[in-house]
Design a protein around this ligand. Structure first.
Ligand SMILES: Nc1ncnc2c1ncn2[C@@H]1O[C@H](COP(=O)(O)OP(=O)(O)OP(=O)(O)O)[C@@H](O)[C@H]1O
Length: 456
């Protein structure tokens, strides 16, 4: 179908989208002035901005023709990231380069024109279609908004697209309610494709559909991707959907990207404890499992005041012990469980012996760590919970490198030759080794990169 497929000014495999240090904060002030930016001319209005840091310092590329899957728990910032990338939301800071142009710096007509190249499909096919409009005009609407074709041309294109997405073009005059959920999502696909985009953000497009229909819609999306030379950012919380459709997978936690790798590498060789926990939570027998107990415990912290360092650290089952101590793994694990239990006030007794037996029976730390545990037990016996919590948090959790430094590493992949980013301090040694190997390789093959200078 000539004339329907997208332009190809970015070569296949080169970055179509480059996101750099992107941040999106929301003003969480409720009430009349919620969301408004008031300046010093309004001194009578007391304001205590408490920003929701929905997306923080996120960087990644999407290559032309690929599907990047984006996964993470509800509320981790996936939709906000998608909307900010499409510039439906203005970034708080950072850049989004689409075909080399920074969307964060344009607005008005130039931005409107760019939007033709970037479309979005939403989760709920029911509410995203106007029930008063027939599907033909629904598909034509974006073309009209962008001044594409005349009436006849738009109708012909709409019918052609309805057929391409697996619907009967004769249904052009039907209303959305006459279609099933899967069919309605196909109408949305046709509508998104109508303006000939290069890039489509799919925000949970099959989550509202029956499992049996999901695979059919995903297969159609893959066929359309090949035919129309599309690039997808595909958001889902369901890892089996992500596995079906993605070339690479990004994992988000509390506003940040914690892992990004080729699909096989991410599923077979996950490095971040959060990714490992997500994969371990998939309810199927997993031959990769080595018996790790990586079930996610504890609540997701608030994005208004996220933890320092690694944001996952407050729930991490393998938090690194502070350098000041030399506990065995079992002792450290007990200290961590104890500290978190004190934080949750998860005790039925304040009896030191009883608590010690419960948390430290198999491995009791000695030295400075032991002294601190004793001191905390003393506070608990005196029902000074706040003091016990403060002492343990400051001495152990907050002294970990996981709390004091933000992790960002690249390790050598075990599967394929793509890049594997992981935001976990536990991968630091592997990242240093990978970096050294890459440098050695560059010295041994000085012309491999094509632009190595004599003084490199
Ligand atoms: N307009 C807004 N004003 C204030 N906070 C917001 C706004 N939109 C989103 N948030 C907050 O930003 C965080 C990220 O929300 P977002 O919807 O992007 O997450 P998500 O991963 O897409 O979740 P879900 O899968 O449930 O859609 C949440 O804490 C949410 O409450």
């Amino acid at each position: 179908m000539s004339g329907l497929t997208g332009s190809d000014d970015v070569p296949e495999g080169e970055p179509l989208l480059e996101v750099r240090n992107l941040c999106k904060y929301f003003d969480n002030d409720g009430g009349l002035f919620g969301g408004m930016t008031l300046d010093s001319e309004f001194p009578f209005v007391e304001r205590n901005p408490s920003n929701v840091r929905a997306v923080e310092d996120v960087s990644f590329d999407i290559k032309k023709g690929e599907t990047l899957g984006l996964v993470g728990e509800s509320g981790c910032g996936k939709s906000t990231l998608a909307r900010t990338v499409l510039r439906l939301l203005k970034p708080t800071s950072g850049s989004v380069y689409f075909k080399g142009e920074d969307l964060a710096t344009i607005s008005g007509e130039p931005l409107r024109q760019k939007r033709q190249d970037m479309q979005m499909i939403f989760q709920d096919p029911q509410s995203s279609l106007d029930p008063r409009m027939k599907v033909g005009p629904i598909v034509e609407e974006p073309m009209q908004a962008h001044g594409m074709l005349d009436d006849e041309g738009r109708e012909a294109r709409a019918k052609e697209l309805l057929e391409k997405v697996g619907l009967d073009p004769q249904h052009y005059n039907r209303y959305p309610h006459a279609f099933s959920g899967g069919q309605r999502q196909r109408v949305n696909l046709a509508r998104a494709l109508s303006v000939n985009p290069d890039f489509i953000v799919c925000d949970e497009p099959v989550s509202a559909l029956d499992v049996s229909i999901q695979a059919q819609v995903l297969n159609t999306m893959q066929e359309l991707q090949d035919e129309f030379d599309l690039t997808y950012l595909f958001i889902a919380h369901d890892l089996s959907v992500i596995r079906h459709i993605s070339d690479r997978v990004a994992v988000m936690y509390l506003g940040q990207m914690v892992e990004l790798a080729d699909k096989e590498e991410l599923f077979e060789n996950p490095q971040h404890p959060y990714t490992q926990a997500l994969l371990d939570a998939i309810p199927v027998p997993d031959p990769r499992s080595d018996g790790r107990t990586a079930l996610l415990t504890g609540d997701v912290p608030s994005p208004i005041d996220p933890p320092s360092g690694c944001r996952f650290r407050t729930r991490c089952p393998v938090l690194i012990q502070p350098e000041a101590f030399e506990m065995t793994d079992a002792e450290w694990s007990n200290v961590l469980a104890f500290q978190r239990a004190v934080k949750r006030r998860a005790f039925e007794t304040t009896d030191r012996t009883e608590i010690r037996r419960r948390y430290f029976d198999d491995a009791t730390p000695g030295g400075d760590a032991g002294t601190l545990i004793d001191e905390a037990l003393g506070h608990i016996a005196a029902e000074e919970w706040g003091d016990a919590e403060r002492l343990l948090t400051e001495s152990f959790a907050d002294a970990s490198v996981c709390a004091t430094e933000e992790p960002a590493y690249e390790v050598a992949p075990e599967y394929g030759d793509g890049r594997h980013y992981t935001a976990c301090h536990r991968t630091r040694d592997a990242a240093i080794a990978a970096d050294a190997a890459a440098k050695l390789n560059a010295v041994e093959t000085p012309h491999a990169g094509g632009d190595v200078r004599a003084d490199d």
